[in-house]
Design a protein around this ligand. Structure first.
Ligand code: ADP
Ligand code: MG
Length: 243
């Protein structure tokens, strides 16, 4: 079976700073893999190497069997299959929720206005903000904005989704709505690689949890093991701080 994502001996330097020190990791189709670890451990960099928002220094990245680190690959074609949701929602502030979800469909997928609008409304409904189509991002709560950002990614009909701390910028009372949407996506079989500090979510939803520290994978296994019964002292110390 082809892996959804495969990282082979992935290294990333920023100048002389080695941020990823030989990462090996796979995500299978339909799996949810949560990446946890302290700030600065390289989680965002790892995620950004999957769709080449960062260029790996060494090693290979495969998405659905295609080597994206091959200089001859059509990276835009691969990126179209990957949805990404960031901590900061990155919506266009002067566009309504509906327009935010339509624009990439029209520009990147060349969908017509009518089709883009139908798909946008479907996905805004799906994440529970269908009533907010005509609102500007500034008129929405953080949780609503993040759900618009998820709808925008889903409207592109990606094969897999990358989430980088999607709830970290939210007020605590708004976190649940976003996690509920993510849980629903997982239940529908979406392949998801999720950097998160939400241990409850990781425990309940993840097929595997990967603990990173200092640019290496320290521990990789089912949540019951990595969170429930961590083997490594560094994992134990981290969990002790966050739980
Ligand atoms: P995490 O997401 O786990 O907090 P990051 O991947 O954001 O970690 O960062 C890992 C390390 O890489 C940090 O030391 C950070 O300062 C450094 N880093 C991240 N992005 C850049 C960049 N664009 N230029 C230089 N250093 C960076
Ligand atoms: Mg980060």
């Amino acid at each position: 079976m082809t892996h959804a994502i495969e990282l082979k001996n992935l290294h990333k330097y920023f100048g002389k700073n080695e941020v990823l020190k030989g990462i090996d990791m796979t995500v299978e189709p339909g799996q949810v893999v949560c990446v946890i670890g302290p700030s600065g451990s390289g989680k965002s960099t790892l995620l950004r190497c999957v769709n080449l928002l960062e260029q790996p220094t060494k090693g290979k990245v495969f998405v659905e069997g295609i080597e994206v680190t091959d200089p001859d690959v059509d990276i835009d074609a691969v990126r179209r299959r990957i949805g990404m949701v960031f901590q900061q929602f990155n919506l266009f502030p002067h566009m309504t929720a509906l327009q935010n979800v339509m624009i990439a469909q029209q520009r990147v997928l060349r969908r017509g206005k009518r089709e883009a609008e139908v798909t946008a409304r479907e996905n805004l409904d799906k994440v529970g903000v269908g009533a907010k189509c005509d609102s500007l991002p500034g008129q929405l709560s953080g949780g609503q904005q993040q759900r618009v950002a998820i709808a925008r990614a889903l409207a592109m009909e990606p094969d897999l989704m990358l989430f980088d701390e999607p709830t970290s910028a939210l007020d605590p009372e708004l976190v649940g709505d976003v996690l509920t949407v993510m849980r629903k996506l997982a239940e529908e079989g979406m392949t998801m690689l999720v950097v998160t500090h939400e241990m409850g979510f990781a425990r309940e939803v993840a097929d595997r949890v990967v603990f990173m520290d200092g640019g290496v994978v320290v521990e990789d296994g089912p949540p019951s093991q990595v969170i429930g019964d961590p083997r490594h002292e560094r994992t134990q110390a981290f969990l002790h701080r966050v739980l």
